[in-house]
Design a protein around this ligand. Structure first.
Ligand code: TXA
Ligand code: MG
Length: 318
């Protein structure tokens, strides 16, 4: 069934067939994952990867995450290690990406890896992503389905807003549950968190039974794609604000300013997972409402607050 947007489709058996056909032909499509919507294409195909980079306007130096149905497929392309096995068992399928050494005969196209000898692998949990991955005989290279530096999309309409008719197929899977991108953890050496997410450092430490001592923001520890300017809603963002200036959109936690104009709560009961899941949605609403600036109150730097602070700090660098 077609929605009112002619390239947004409700997922069913017929559309699954169409999806598989499109992907096998090297086309690139929009699809939901539990974190954010992705722009997916055949990770083994140069043509597909080129399309993804072009659509996003993404620097060629920024590698893509490769999505697999399960570890049996991934092990053809990457070298597994003990850290990986523990984290996979505990968190997968789920919102975590592992940086692993590539196998010599890995089929992941070099441009998807940005020429690195490592591959970012992820096993998404979303039903739609999984039913596609199960049926195709290649993994999906899949960045978030937004133009480079923009905010990631959390609904099929957000994807439409980013690419309009430039992609022929966008699968609708409702609003993404998690709402921010996966945790990225480098396992090629001592584990390092390159991008914080809902699966946070202490959860990973607990699963691995070791301490991860990385200073989150040192340049050395950053993913190639973790440029300072990123996740930008396209208007100035000010963080750690205590007082509304009376005209900007003011984002906060809790219900103190309930029903007051210009105030947007990330979570009424200050739940940080919920807050993370609402962040990008609220950015887009604010932008659509024509505000010229966003103020954000201080967010506690614990649990998912760490991931929220990472994203809003970058948004404020625009
Ligand atoms: O939740 C997610 O991870 C979403 C959904 C669609 O799966 N995808 C996503 O992809 O956020 P993207 O391209 O927006 O972000 C991928 C991040 C970038 O910061 C990139 O630099 C990093 O992962 N990355 C990918 N491969 C890497 C590698 N081999 N080494 C280091 N970092 C890598
Ligand atoms: Mg992205």
């Amino acid at each position: 069934m077609k929605n009112s947007y002619s390239n947004i489709f409700t997922f069913n058996k017929k559309i699954l067939k169409k999806t598989i056909k499109n992907l096998s032909l090297g086309k690139v499509i929009g699809l939901p994952t539990e974190t954010v919507y992705g722009l997916g294409g055949n990770a083994y195909s140069k043509k597909s990867i080129r399309k993804i980079f072009k659509l996003k306007g993404r620097p060629k130096t920024n590698p893509l995450i490769i999505h697999y149905y399960n570890v049996n497929y991934a092990m053809e392309d990457v070298v597994l290690n003990e850290y990986f096995k523990k984290l996979y068992k505990k968190f997968c399928p789920g919102p975590i990406t592992f940086i692993l050494k590539k196998k010599k005969n890995s089929k992941v196209h070099s441009s998807a890896r940005a020429g690195l000898n490592t591959v970012g692998v992820r096993f998404p949990k979303h039903k739609i992503a999984r039913s596609i991955l199960k049926k195709i005989n290649f993994p999906l290279a899949m960045p978030s389905a937004n133009k480079s530096t923009n905010v990631s999309p959390v609904s099929s309409k957000d994807v439409y807003e980013e690419f309009k008719k430039k992609i022929s197929l966008i699968l609708d899977g409702g609003k993404c549950k998690i709402g921010i991108e996966s945790t990225v953890v480098d396992l090629t050496n001592n584990p390092k968190i390159l991008r914080p997410g809902i699966i946070n450092k202490s959860k990973i430490e607990k699963a691995l039974k070791l301490k991860i001592n990385n200073t989150n923001n040192s340049k050395k520890n950053r993913s190639p794609g973790m440029m300072k300017k990123h996740y930008s809603p396209g208007i100035p963002v000010l963080i750690n604000q205590n007082k509304s200036d009376g005209k900007s959109a003011f984002i906060y936690l809790g219900s103190r300013y309930k029903n007051k104009k210009n105030f947007f709560s990330l979570s009424k009961n200050s739940n940080l997972d919920k807050a993370a899941s609402n962040l990008y949605k609220i950015f887009r609403i604010i932008k659509k409402n024509g505000y010229k600036k966003i103020q954000i109150s201080k967010i506690p730097n614990i649990g998912s607050g760490i991931a929220i602070n990472d994203r809003i700090r970058r948004a404020s660098k625009s």
